[in-house]
Design a protein around this ligand. Structure first.
Ligand SMILES: Cc1ncc(COP(=O)(O)O)c(C=O)c1O
Ligand SMILES: N[C@@H](CCSC[C@H](N)C(=O)O)C(=O)O
Length: 455
């Protein structure tokens, strides 16, 4: 991995070498989606708006995978001269459909450059290849299990020191960042404990300790619709495009965005060298999905808010930044425009949580989130099972925690289904006074669950 550090490539035609008059370093595109002055309309408009210059006026960018003209076919591109020099030569290095979605995402992510790869973990792999042996990474004590796994691998196999810290207490972190801090990887809100990280605060501390430290924010939980980490002091933002950006669980993708051209060039070097660029068809699907990001996520968020209130009224400990009870409510809303549609709650009993999860019908028992369908899961058994039990305990991950990923179904149906599952599992009791957490005999559930007010 270290062999990629600080490398760029003079032999490969640079896919993104031109800075436009607005200073944007967008990749080339057959149908530029960006007006020359960058983002011009509200985000909901920009998501669907694409300027097109396709030779046949196609309103959807073509998939440059099949024969589209005399000079463009399949994975390779005919050149006009023996010295090459065409904008595209080979799909691993650059492809018009991929470039188009990259250009579109750059605009939406407040970035001068975006790169799309084969998965969210692929994006994190590309980003962590900026590290070399001896480097130090500071990351959260709550983060996606796959990211934890990758960082663990780097610490055991690649000579990288990884510090997991509680990012919720910035004041206690002054000593954590040192001149050796090369990279910071954080999520806000975190998956699955919904902890909020002070992105500007952490970025300032990291950059004060080492001006070259790279602050990378995984923005998968909120998407660019609700948060733009690059505007909050991050150097790189990444997302699993498998989630909200595409929205239908019909592809895997990862997105990396930056405003630093030299970082962009180093990231692109790795993508071209390792061959993890997103395929033309998946690039096309991602572009199609992102156009509906606003309508999907606004609906999902509104429903998530209602569901969070319902569960809190039942008496459960609910983690959702749309609730005033969230310990970092103000911090969250100082950075974000929305609370997203992922929430988690605790029942106080792992067996009971399992029963609830297995009693739902509309909510699919499934990992992942960001899809139009609603999903329910137990992170400690599923998405975060790769973090061993001892580490989960040290990081205070409640084993009973249930994660809900709210889709676009009717919210009344979703709440009815959840209520039925809670009753069937014995997690709530319906009385004339309303609903309360606990068994019919009045005994409370274990853990932090208390009697609820009637709803
Ligand atoms: C916050 C977060 N980041 C990254 C990833 C990795 O994305 P992918 O599954 O697309 O590799 C996931 C989930 O998988 C995630 O939840
Ligand atoms: N078996 C997979 C689990 C993927 S979890 C996907 C998603 N990020 C989530 O949080 O649900 C693995 O081990 O990576």
């Amino acid at each position: 991995m270290s062999s990629f550090n600080n490398l760029t490539d003079s032999s490969t035609p640079k896919a993104f070498s031109k800075i436009d008059i607005s200073g944007n370093n967008f990749p080339p595109s057959p149908a530029p989606s960006t007006p020359t002055n960058g983002r011009k309309y509200a985000l909901a408009t920009e998501l669907v708006y694409t300027e097109h210059s396709d030779q046949y006026g196609a309103s959807s960018v073509p998939i440059y995978q099949t024969l589209t003209s005399e000079s463009l076919k399949t994975a390779t591109f005919k050149q006009r001269s023996a010295s090459g020099g065409g904008t595209f030569d080979y799909t691993r290095s650059g492809n018009p459909t991929r470039s188009h979605v990259e250009r579109h995402l750059a605009k939406i992510m407040s970035a001068s450059q975006a790169l799309v790869v084969s998965s969210g973990m692929g994006a994190l792999d590309v980003i962590t290849r900026l590290l070399k042996p001896g480097d130090e990474v500071v990351t959260g004590d709550d983060l996606y299990g796959g990211t934890n796994r990758l960082l663990k691998y780097l610490s055991t196999h690649a000579g990288i020191t990884v510090h997991h810290v509680d990012f919720t207490n910035v004041d206690a972190l002054k000593e954590t960042f040192t001149p050796k801090t090369t990279m910071v990887i954080l999520e806000s809100p975190t998956n699955p404990l919904i902890k909020v990280t002070d992105i500007p605060g952490i970025a300032s501390l990291a950059h004060a300790a080492n001006p070259n430290a790279i602050v990378c924010v995984d923005n998968t939980m909120l998407s660019p619709l609700f948060q733009n980490p690059l505007d909050l002091g991050a150097d790189i933002v990444c997302e699993s495009g498998t989630k909200y950006l595409s929205g239908h669980h019909d592809l895997m993708a990862g997105v990396i965005a930056t405003n630093d051209p030299s970082l962009g060039e180093r990231l692109y070097f790795t993508i071209n060298s390792t061959g993890c660029g997103l395929s033309p068809f998946d690039s096309w699907l991602l572009l199609r999905g992102v156009k509906t990001l606003s309508v999907r996520m606004e609906k999902q968020q509104a429903s998530a808010q209602e569901i969070a209130v319902f569960l809190e009224d039942c008496g459960f400990k609910v983690r959702y930044p749309g609730l005033k009870s969230h310990p970092q409510y103000d911090l969250h809303w100082s950075m974000a425009r929305g609370a997203g549609a992922v929430l988690s709650f605790e029942t106080g009993d792992t067996i009971l949580s399992e029963k609830i999860v297995e009693s739902t019908r509309l909510w699919a028992i499934s990992v992942s989130f960001g899809c139009v369908n609603s999903l329910i899961s137990m992170p400690c058994r599923m998405s975060h099972a790769s973090i061993d039990a001892k580490t989960r305990a040290e990081r205070q991950m409640p084993e009973d925690i249930i994660r809900l990923c709210v889709g676009i179904e009717d919210v009344g149906d979703l709440i009815d289904d959840l209520r039925t599952a809670l009753i069937q599992a014995g997690a709530i009791t319906v009385t004339v006074g309303g609903i309360r957490a606990g068994a019919p005999d009045g005994s409370l559930l274990g853990g932090g669950v208390s009697l609820a007010s009637a709803s």
